[in-house]
Write a protein that binds this ligand. Structure first.
Ligand code: NDP
Length: 452
């Protein structure tokens, strides 16, 4: 049977765009891609990229105070959100155009329309047109999840923060994951009074406990009213914003309420189940190690599969899919040892096992230090950095590295190379320190602080 295309990609985010470009540009496939919103997806339009630019914007309040300590005659006016936002919008327009031109250069046909799956080889566009393809790739990503009662009260999600016409004077952030903690720090840095409620005992569940404590302590010291073991009991709209009653009985009015209570895969109404694609409990597309679904001609990559929901992972999955299916070069994505950074203030970079998970797997030695980084110590700031290595007592391999410090994201990227290669503690020790930088602490950790 002759198909209109070799590949039809649904979703123009990180995973879908990479798959389309590699399949068409490198392997010569005839490819089409449909996107119902802006090209670039969550990462570029309402996630990693605008978030990181907001992290930079929010860092200058402390930066100015530091500059004064270093002798500069610097004084801060207020933060001009509309001015920042118009530059942000222009930057996102530029990036979206880069994505579009990359697809055009690879010869990919783009449909700016929602697409749904009709059957194993057919996609229907919202324009009414049906298109056939030998393979279909589902790369529709995810969206914020908000509990029903809060959704009814009209709370915001991370999607809305980038589009606020003005910054509120106060905000309540609900949740204790990546997004909640990052936006608590960003908005606090921009001068908004931030309260954060998290239902669990400590923020950033699943990460190394010592690092979680360190981040939480610094968030509180920076002025965030972080309350753990506490959730929203009720939220209602009032003229000044939202009146919130917490489960500890406290009541307050906030300019805005933001829920960062996780994300769910975008599979609703896509026609997947009718076509025979299996969905999991959270609505995710169930795939095998080749990103293939229960229907052999349909694949899925990225957040819609709810494996590891990070842009670089989606990109790898999209690339591996294209190489496997169109390049006759089977590639499986290794989902182990994925480094990541949480852009709190200070940043938190991590790779490998937490101390807790490593201990559960066998005897370990833990090397850790906290210290005042030179730059902030000079400026009289109290913040401390944490550097930590978790080492297997028998093989001496470094199983995990956890850094809470300015630029921890940059540092963990390089530590991940060494750890991925199987570096031992002695390999770290043999490496000559770069002086004076914070990361030299990682190669000068002499005695374990704990072993078991
Ligand atoms: P997470 O899953 O990381 O965190 C969700 C948080 O919301 C948890 O603290 C969870 O609590 C809490 N929660 C969930 N449901 C409820 C509820 N009904 N009521 C109250 N609290 C609730 O999701 P995020 O939205 O923060 O981030 C989604 C994903 O996006 C991340 O997992 C990550 O993969 C990715 N991401 C990565 C970033 C990066 O690389 N820097 C930045 C931002 C996002 P509990 O712990 O008790 O379950």
């Amino acid at each position: 049977m002759a198909f209109d295309y070799d590949l039809f990609v649904i979703g123009g985010g990180s995973g879908g765009v990479r798959a389309a470009r590699i399949a068409a540009g490198e392997h010569g496939a005839k490819v089409a891609l449909a996107e119902q919103d802006r090209m670039g997806g969550t990462c570029v339009i309402r996630g990693c990229v605008p978030k990181k630019l907001m992290v930079f914007a929010s860092s200058f309040r402390d930066g100015l105070a530091e500059a004064r300590a270093y002798g500069w005659d610097a004084s801060a006016g207020g933060f001009d959100w509309p001015a920042f936002r118009s530059r942000l919008d222009a930057e996102l327009d530029r990036l979206e155009a880069v994505y579009r031109s990359g697809l055009a250069a690879a010869g990919v046909t783009v449909f700016d329309a929602r697409a749904t799956v009709e059957d194993a080889h057919c996609v229907r566009l919202a324009t009414g047109r049906s298109v056939t393809a030998r393979h279909i790739l589902i790369a529709t990503g995810g969206r914020p999840f908000v509990p029903e009662a809060a959704a009814r009260a009209g709370v915001l999600t991370s999607n809305d923060i980038f589009r606020l016409p003005a910054l509120p004077r106060s905000v309540l952030i609900v949740g204790g994951g990546f997004i909640a903690c990052e936006f608590a720090c960003i908005l606090n840095g921009m001068g908004v009074k931030v309260t954060q409620l998290y239902r669990g005992g400590q923020i950033l569940r699943g990460f190394d406990n010592e690092a979680r404590d360190h981040v939480a302590e610094h968030m509180r010291a920076a002025g965030i009213d972080l309350r753990t073991g506490c959730d929203v009991a009720s939220v209602g709209t009032v003229e000044a914003g939202a009146r919130v009653v917490a489960t500890d009985g406290q009541e307050a009015v906030f300019g805005k309420v933001v829920y960062a209570t996780g994300r769910v895969p975008n599979t609703e109404g896509l026609g997947l189940e009718a076509a025979g694609v299996k969905l999991g409990q959270r609505g995710e597309v169930v795939v095998d190690e080749w990103s293939q679904t229960a229907v052999p001609s349909i694949y899925a990559v990225g957040d819609v599969t709810d494996r590891i929901n990070l842009t670089p992972v989606a990109i790898r999955e999209g690339h591996a899919f294209a190489d496997t299916v169109f390049g006759a070069r089977p590639v499986k994505v290794d989902h182990g040892l994925v480094p990541t950074a949480v852009f709190t203030r200070p940043e938190f970079g991590t790779v490998g096992l937490t101390e807790e998970d490593a201990r559960a797997a066998g005897p370990v030695e833990v090397y850790a230090t906290t210290f005042r980084p030179m730059r902030s110590a000079f400026a009289g700031r109290p913040d401390r950095a944490l550097m930590k290595l978790v080492v297997a007592a028998d093989t001496r391999r470094v199983l995990g590295c956890h850094i809470v410090a300015p630029e921890a994201g940059e540092m963990i990227q390089l530590a991940a190379v060494a750890i991925g290669m199987g570096a031992t503690k002695e390999d770290f020790d043999r490496t000559v320190a770069v002086h004076p930088v914070m990361a030299e602490e990682l190669v000068t950790l002499r005695k374990p602080v704990r072993s078991a």
